[in-house]
Design a binder for this molecule. Structure first.
Ligand code: GLN
Length: 447
């Protein structure tokens, strides 16, 4: 893994921080000793992993790809990271991302862009673009990402890897630097479905340090890896195949659906109403939560502080003006606006109501279907620089992923072909809450 990173980083730039070589090798030796003496067993023991740079890693830089956290070394590790370490994982570095996970291309990183390993003129997607590119470029066999509105599934689709966003509450958010707390979930990004299942088994846990963490009855996701979808009912929302969907993406996803049908799944088209309201509702809720979550970065408690200032207020103002990038500032302003008195009812409350209606529409669909199938993103990876100039267009690209976060559901992106330029396409499977096993079963059978 270290050799691959050395060879490919110059071109791809998946990492913000590559861990110190000696420290990595020492840790690997230590794990090997534990394996030899029978203290450690399991599929992740001794396997290298990369961690998205918004998850705290004790003693290792955690920047959120932002200037404001540019020199932040946490004194503790995120629960998901600790779970991996207990299983013998060896962390090789921290991956690049959109600043504070706000974006869909990894271009809003303070530390420069990551390139798509399939074609370096294109973006890897985002915000977990570094994690997905690292796996696609074989710099490491798997990585952790986070998904607030699609940030695991969309870059997985763009990079031709497999990524799952679990049901909200499955993986502890303790030590994940919050963006939209009611939407954020950590999940695995790997080469295939069975790797994702094995990793999720390790990182999922009930954690008292996260009040939204859930004690699940069954964590044995790998048991679902049986090649059988006979009789599974899969709903195909017409709304996911309409205007704005690239024809090559559509073709690849429908071909994947047919392959599942050939294996015995029962497909049916249906109307998943309210899809068009998901984007405004998401951007209001996520920005509102972000404006509150990011208030803590004020130059007092963490990392970056401006150099010259006269008094406390100017220190706050200059630190935040210099420390945050443009997209983050846009969201803080939008979030503060929709939460402010006089606008709260008109925007924030309305968005919350919309969220409840979206959840209801999914509940209704899952009365009938085991899974919902559609694309992970409307296009393949855009060229570098194409999205930055038009944020609204970028937001529209989240159409198929964000309602899953609003409803707290699990969703997986599985590679299902490529466009004529060889850029990968991802099929998304969505399940009801706590139905990851159905996702894994169908995704495995397809793969
Ligand atoms: N693209 C979405 C956004 O910019 C989703 C990001 C995410 O899931 N972290 O908010």
């Amino acid at each position: 893994s270290l050799a691959a990173i050395e060879m490919r980083e110059g071109e791809i730039h998946s990492f913000v921080t590559v861990a110190d070589r000696e420290a990595v090798l020492e840790r690997a030796d230590e794990v090997q000793k534990q394996i030899d003496s029978g203290l450690l067993d399991g599929p992740l023991a001794g396997v290298p992993v990369a961690i998205k740079d918004n998850m705290c890693t004790e003693g290792l830089l955690t920047t959120c790809s932002s200037k404001i956290l540019g020199n932040f070394k946490p004194t503790y590790s995120a629960e998901a990271v600790l779970n991996l370490e207990k299983a013998g994982a060896v962390i090789v570095g921290k991956t690049n991302m959109d600043e504070f996970a706000m974006g869909s291309t990894t271009e809003t990183s303070y530390f420069g862009v990551t390139r798509n390993p399939w074609n370096t003129e294109h973006v890897p997607g985002g915000s977990s673009g570094g994690s997905c590119a690292a796996v696609a470029a074989e710099e490491c066999p798997y990585a952790l990402g986070s998904d607030t509105g699609g940030s695991i599934r969309q870059p997985s689709s763009f990079c031709g890897v497999t990524g799952i966003k679990p049901t909200y509450g499955t993986v502890s958010r303790y030590g994940l630097i919050a963006y939209g707390s009611s939407l954020d979930q950590i999940g695995p990004i790997a080469k295939d479905v069975s790797d994702c299942a094995a990793i999720l088994e390790v990182i999922a846990s009930h954690d008292k340090k996260d009040s939204t963490s859930v004690a699940r009855e069954d964590y044995r996701f790998s048991e679902a890896l049986v090649d059988d979808v006979k009789g599974m009912k899969i709903g195909i929302p017409r709304d996911y195949f309409g205007e704005g969907l690239d024809s090559e993406v559509k073709e690849a996803v429908l071909k994947a659906a047919k392959a599942l049908e050939a294996k015995g799944a029962v497909l049916e088209e249906f109307d998943l109403s309210l899809v068009e309201y998901a984007i405004p509702a998401y951007y209001i809720i996520a920005s509102a939560e972000a404006s509150s979550n990011l208030a803590r970065f004020d130059g007092v408690k963490y990392a970056y502080r401006t150099e010259d200032y006269a008094g406390l207020h100017q220190m706050y103002k200059k630190t935040r003006s210099e420390g945050f990038g443009e997209e983050v500032k846009r969201r803080i302003m939008l979030g503060s606006f929709v939460l402010s008195s006089g606008y709260y009812d008109a925007y924030y409350l309305k968005a919350l109501r919309t969220k409840a209606l979206i959840k209801k529409a999914f509940d209704k669909a899952f009365e009938k279907y085991d899974l919902i199938l559609g694309p992970a993103a409307p296009t393949t990876a855009p060229r570098l620089g194409e999205s930055l100039s038009d944020p609204i267009k970028m937001y529209l690209g989240d159409i198929y992923t964000i309602s899953v976060n609003l409803a707290g559901l699990p969703g997986i992106s599985v590679p299902c072909g490529a466009d004529k330029n060889g850029l990968p396409v991802g099929m998304q499977l969505i399940g009801d809450c706590f139905q990851e096993k159905k996702l894994f079963r169908a995704a495995y059978a397809y793969e």
